[in-house]
Design a protein around this ligand. Structure first.
Ligand SMILES: [Mg+2]
Length: 417
């Protein structure tokens, strides 16, 4: 009989920073969001100082300084690479059809055999040894239950693994778990459930599934079944995104359309790269620009524009050109812009490419883009780029406390003395 496991990296961003600065072990660490706005990751020590998740940095500045908390700007290049290392480690221990990379720091696995619990402990300790990243693993009969088991693993489990397959243990845990903590239950749904007098995971498990379907739909009914140990959600191997969004706030407010064009071109280039990684093309593109809505003292403007392509494409050059045209339509002078972004939609796999009667994608473009991607992965991000992406990056966000890109930049290799 098989079991599902959820592997989750503990305090992932904070842990990544610690791998390369071992002296930070046992001392508090926080990681800040884009433009150093909010706290988005905390080590255990920072959590116990009472610093909440998502809190604005300036509100806790005093507490952070007083307690000598180590602050880092988010270094997504480092975290992305460390995530790949963790996932590669898992791939060495679990058959690839039984792994679903769920997020940057989480993966579902399917295990079978007699010593599932022991094997999970080995997985966790190997990941630690190979990458330096601590993980917790929850095990149970369904994905939803393994997610719950993971909550427990983080809090109490020795050796970072919590096996929640025993019925009595399941009941004990679910009795204490509020419905809003269940994977897949939205805030709206948990409110509706509370109105139906269903407050805990155990109460939801024991609810009449037909009644739940009538009241809240088939997705919640599926969750009820999953809580009962009936597996409805399997490992999803290829989870291609249906839309790709790249947007960022600028480090400073911008009025110049040329700078906006540069920022937008960079976002389009990144979005196209993501598109090609999942071996697909997009048929529609939309862009937006906006001023800072929190600056009530400044005039406000926000606009977006959409374009549908004749043929699905992942050609960076072509999509940059379209996005610039769209920008020219919506851009207005005399506003201070704080953010822009691009969304690619109607995404289809290259394996099922739709044919068009009069137009054809140029195969040379696909080859060219592949070359660009492999050069950039070999030589480092943006070694080869489109001229319209610009070279100065004046719009770039503020990252005052950025750590070096230890694993993706030769110049940032850690030194051994
Ligand atoms: Mg995590």
């Amino acid at each position: 009989m098989h079991a599902f496991g959820l592997i989750d990296c503990n305090n992932f961003y904070a842990s990544c920073e610690r791998v390369f600065q071992p002296k930070l072990k046992n001392s508090p660490v926080v990681v800040l969001s884009n433009n150093d706005g909010c706290i988005i990751a905390r080590s255990e020590e920072a959590k116990s100082l009472g610093i909440p998740m998502g809190a604005p940095y300036y509100k806790y500045k005093d507490c952070i300084e007083k307690n000598h908390v180590n602050i880092f700007s988010s270094n997504y290049e480092l975290y992305g690479d460390m995530s790949e290392r963790v996932m590669d480690s898992i791939r060495l221990m679990v058959e690839k059809n039984n792994i679903e990379v769920y997020s940057i720091d989480e993966a579902f696995i399917k295990l079978s055999g007699d010593n599932i619990s022991e094997y999970a402990k080995k997985i966790s300790s190997n990941i630690m040894q190979w990458t330096g990243i601590p993980t917790s693993i929850g095990i149970s009969n369904t994905k939803t239950l393994s997610k719950i088991a993971n909550h427990v693993a983080k809090k109490i489990a020795e050796e970072n693994v919590f096996d929640m397959r025993d019925e009595k243990i399941k009941e004990k845990v679910m009795k204490k778990l509020p419905v809003n903590k269940i994977w897949g239950i939205s805030t709206g749904w948990s409110e509706k459930l509370r109105n139906l007098d269903i407050h805990t995971a155990l109460e939801l498990r024991d609810a009449d599934s037909n009644f739940i379907r009538k009241k809240l739909g088939v997705v919640v009914e599926r969750i009820v079944l999953e809580l009962r140990g009936i597996s409805c959600l399997d490992i999803e191997k290829y989870k291609n995104k249906k839309s790709i969004i790249v947007s960022k706030s600028f480090g400073t407010l911008i009025t110049d359309i040329n700078l906006l064009e540069q920022a937008l071109s960079n976002h389009v280039a990144r979005a196209c790269e993501k598109l090609r990684i999942q071996n697909s093309k997009a048929k529609s593109i939309s862009i937006f620009i906006q001023t800072n809505k929190f600056r009530k003292d400044l005039p406000q403007y926000k606009a977006s524009k959409h374009h549908i392509l004749e043929l699905p494409s992942s050609d960076t050059g072509k999509l940059i050109k379209i996005s610039k045209n769209l920008l020219n339509i919506i851009f207005k002078n005399n506003y201070l812009y704080s953010k822009c972004g691009v969304t690619l939609q109607d995404i289809s796999s290259n394996n099922y490419e739709q044919k068009h009667m009069f137009e054809k994608n140029d195969p040379i473009i696909d080859t060219l883009m592949k070359r660009v991607d492999s050069l950039n992965s070999y030589l480092g991000k943006n070694s080869v780029f489109h001229a319209s992406q610009g070279t100065t990056k004046e719009w770039k966000m503020k990252r005052k406390n950025l750590s070096p890109c230890y694993t993706t930049n030769w110049k940032s290799l850690p030194l051994v003395r």
